[in-house]
Design a protein around this ligand. Structure first.
Ligand code: PEP
Ligand code: MG
Length: 533
């Protein structure tokens, strides 16, 4: 161990090396994946530049500690403090502290910040976003994590890089010896350790079949999705960045049914100004080849707080000041976003929709802000106004909303969470959160019934890409499905194999069943096990 000055220099150099690495990965991710995913690294860069934390490490070195012990001890204390905070968002940030702490520790211990891997399946306790983004996809054929959650940053990045991933596989997987054959089925969440040769053959066959099916779907991806009986269904994409818009265009998306604009606002210290927003929305529309783009107004608050928009602590953030509620509480923020959207809508086909609406007066107030934002020229004629149906109250009162709307988009992720009172993201109640629960389907039916012949109904929640849900949604009257860019070709193929008269009969029958499991059984029995021929 050197004197305090030498030990401090070691820390400073290790931090600088990790910063360079993360900046490199950030640039790579921005280019190859998208702005939303690249933004994940901003939190890590901010942490590495945290003056208070670095002073504390220096203070510990001053008391006679070595670089490694001072860094590791200080970071462990911060991680523990954060993981004990009541705010779930801040608690999650403890994982970021762990991630950067680990990277610097590895450099201080004399290792490289990244480790080379041989071709195969990567098994680990958990991965940091930086580690996931740094993986060589020509070598890593799959990932098995003992811990982790499907919505963690690492999981989002692995999926967007097309790496099959299984999370929460349990501690036992860590005991699997290096070199053991392992098969991973990311879609089914299955891991088979040291499988017998017939099992390997079976998975090989499945993998070949999947690849062939994907190639068939991609070959027809740019054609419209028309069901057997000749009904045209719009298959659009959910986007968070210009990179997503490019992927969606390549995957044949008929436009975007949901641009999650919050990604532009998160991970920074001030809101983007009107010009920056205008550029981003215009770039997304251009990357989609000018196809219709539905931009959702800012959906933050509650569990996704913005550092520059402070909200008093909430015991139940999902029932708090989120979505349009926050927008109306901070009208300047929402108005500026609407100014940017009006500018873009004068040049390109852009729609706006409002999230988390519960009352008609909220929608009327939002429309008032839009009129103000549009200025003396008025709201651009091509700018259609819609709302997301995510709250059961909105579905039940849909008749009252319709006179104020050009379209409706059902957010089944939140609609399911609020209908079943099962928080999305809480694994303990995950089995309750099935959008095919008859209660959710009855609400969708009610919306479609009221809207028929008046406004179009879209679905932009995850259920829009669920092979079992698609026939029911179409049978109830939905005519637009907005899904992840990667899923567009598969969902178009699913639409093409359906006959809407059959879908209507099955959908009607599903409304009176007892459970989501019964509904799934009915779909399998009546409409087959989704072969996508
Ligand atoms: C939804 O709630 O279904 C939805 C699409 O919005 P988000 O997932 O962004 O909350
Ligand atoms: Mg939602």
């Amino acid at each position: 161990m050197g004197d305090p000055a030498t030990e401090w220099r070691r820390v400073a150099e290790a931090v600088a090396e990790v910063r360079r690495d993360i900046e490199h990965l950030r640039a790579l991710t921005l280019r190859e994946v998208g702005a939303a995913e690249a933004g994940i690294f901003d939190a890590h860069l901010t942490l590495l530049a945290d003056g208070e934390m670095l002073s504390e490490v220096k203070r510990r070195i001053g008391t006679g500690m070595g670089a490694f012990a001072a860094w590791a001890g200080c970071l462990a204390d911060i991680e523990r403090e954060w993981s004990e905070l009541p705010d779930p968002y801040l608690r999650e940030r403890a994982a970021d502290v762990h991630a950067v702490g680990e990277q610097v520790r590895r450099v201080l211990a004399g290792g490289a910040a990244h480790q080379a891997v041989a071709e195969g399946i990567l098994v680990a306790r958990d991965l940091t976003p930086a580690e996931t983004a740094g993986l060589d996809i020509s070598l890593v054929k799959g990932i098995v994590l003992a811990a982790g959650s499907p919505t963690s940053h690492a999981a989002i990045l692995a999926r967007s890089r097309g790496i099959p991933l299984v999370v929460s596989a349990g501690r036992e997987v860590l005991a699997v010896p290096e070199g053991t054959p392992v098969v991973v089925d990311g879609a089914a969440g299955e891991v088979r350790v040291d499988p017998a040769p017939p099992v390997v053959e079976e998975y090989d066959r499945r993998a070949r079949e999947l690849a062939e099916r994907r190639a068939r779907h991609l070959a027809r991806a740019s054609e419209p999705a028309v069901s057997r009986d000749g009904t045209h269904v719009v298959v659009a994409a959910n986007l968070g960045s210009v990179g997503d818009a490019r992927s969606a265009f390549d995957a044949g998306a008929d436009g975007s049914g949901l641009v999650r604009t919050e990604f532009l606002f998160l991970g920074r210290s001030a809101a983007p100004d009107v010009d920056e927003q205008e550029q981003e929305y215009a770039a997304i529309s251009a990357a989609l080849g000018g196809r219709r783009t539905t931009v959702r107004s800012l959906d933050v608050g509650g569990d996704k707080p913005l550092p520059y928009v402070t909200v008093p602590p909430e015991a139940n953030p999902f029932l708090g000041l989120r979505g349009l509620r926050l927008g109306l509480d901070r009208p300047t923020l929402l108005r500026e976003q609407l100014v940017a959207l009006c500018r873009v809508a004068r040049q390109a086909p852009v729609d706006v929709m409002f999230p988390m609406v519960s009352t008609v007066s909220e929608l009327v107030a939002a429309r008032g802000l839009l009129a103000e934002a549009a200025g003396p020229d008025g709201v651009p004629p091509g700018l259609r106004v819609g709302m997301m149906v995510e709250v059961p109250a909105a579905a039940l009162k849909i008749e009252s909303f319709l006179p104020h709307l050009d379209f409706v988009s059902i957010g089944t992720n939140d609609l399911t969470q609020y209908t079943l009172a099962a928080e999305r993201g809480n694994p303990a109640v995950a089995s309750l959160s099935d959008p095919l629960d008859p209660a959710v389907l009855q609400l969708i039916d009610r919306v479609c019934h009221a809207a028929r012949g008046r406004v179009e109904v879209a679905v932009c929640g995850e259920s829009a890409s669920d092979d079992a849900a698609v026939p029911l949604l179409l049978g109830l009257g939905v005519r637009e499905l907005s899904v992840g860019p990667h899923d567009v070709p598969r969902v178009k193929a699913r639409v093409r194999e359906l006959d809407l008269a059959h879908c209507e009969v099955t959908a009607k029958a599903s409304l009176v069943l007892d459970s989501a499991a019964d509904v799934r059984e009915l779909v399998a029995a009546k409409l087959g096990p989704t072969p996508h021929a």
